[in-house]
Design a protein around this ligand. Structure first.
Ligand code: NAD
Length: 269
């Protein structure tokens, strides 16, 4: 084991495979995004954190990883244009775009209870934001002749849940098919586009929800072959892989990181 490996906060051998690369991470101040910011930086990338969190928090995180915080609301096209223009101007490239913002508010539930308001809000944040980010970053990647885009979908893009969040699931289906199409359209221009499909992840939001309602957690855990949810760092590891040249032949994929949930019928006792 090398020194880098033994000192790695990620538990295993982490290489420098993103050295010299510039990566943007939307929703980088929390959960999967935050773990990914740290992982990409650890692998040598200069990371731009784009989030609506407060400036102090964003600046602190940027300082921690030696990157940049650009306060960005990804539902606002002009702010997304600004995000990539500033990244290009200040760091000279945009090699990796992790388009990861997503929300799952409680008023998005069964179709019978979900209002148009909640439907539209979730579509705007989860799907339209990915449209803005891809549309605005691709021209920079075309000019460079390379790039890796990773859009966060979800395992619910490929399987149904009786515990419905109808707009969320539909939005993630949209992210999945948009990513597939972009991956195909730009494949000969050195741009790879993949949809990351995480299973349930142990984020603060989920912990809080399930601590209040253990039955709700049990209802889901029974379907997880590994009997647990993912840690954000396990999802970040997949993003780092997709971002790197190790994934040079992977594009337009439905990249499941779900602990086997989507492949399971009967799970172990
Ligand atoms: P999180 O709530 O921990 O973090 C989301 C971040 O996005 C926050 O920092 C928030 O400030 C930011 N954000 C929200 N709206 C924004 C906006 N309009 N513009 C810019 N930033 C904004 O989320 P998470 O659980 O880490 O989820 C990240 C992604 O992974 C989401 O797309 C989510 O749907 C997806 N996902 C999560 C899980 C899970 O179990 N947590 C499972 C599958 C997929």
């Amino acid at each position: 084991m090398t020194d880098t490996a033994s000192q790695s906060p990620f538990g295993g051998l982490v290489t420098n495979r993103l050295a010299g690369r510039v990566a943007t991470v939307t929703g980088g101040a929390s959960g999967i995004g935050l773990a990914t910011v740290r992982r990409l930086a650890h692998e040598g990338a200069t990371v731009v954190i784009a989030d609506v969190c407060d400036e102090d928090q964003g600046d602190r995180l940027a300082e921690e990883v030696g990157g940049l915080f650009l306060r960005t609301d990804v539902t606002d096209e002009s702010q997304v244009i600004e995000l990539f223009a500033t990244t290009q101007e200040r760091l000279g490239a945009v090699d990796v775009a992790f388009n990861n913002v997503g929300i799952s508010p409680p008023d998005d539930a069964s179709i019978l209870e979900t209002g148009l308001d909640a439907w539209r809000r979730v579509q705007e944040v989860n799907l339209t934001s990915v449209f803005h980010c891809c549309k605005q970053v691709i021209p920079y990647m075309q000019a460079q002749g390379r790039g890796s885009i990773i859009n966060t979908a979800s395992f619910v893009a490929v399987m149904g849940a009786a515990t419905s969040q109808i707009s969320y699931s539909a939005s993630k289906g949209g992210v999945l098919s948009m990513s597939r199409e972009l991956g195909v359209e730009f494949a000969r221009q050195g741009i790879r586009v993949n949809a990351l499909c995480p299973g349930p992840v142990n984020t603060p939001l989920l912990q809080e929800l399930f601590a209040k309602d253990p039955e709700r957690a049990a209802r889901r855990l029974v379907h997880a072959p590994m009997g647990r949810f993912a840690e954000p760092e396990e999802i970040a590891a997949a993003v780092a892989f997709l971002a790197s040249d190790d994934a040079s032949f992977i594009t337009a994929s439905e990249f499941l990181v779900d602990g086997g949930i989507a492949g399971a019928y009967v799970t172990p006792m």
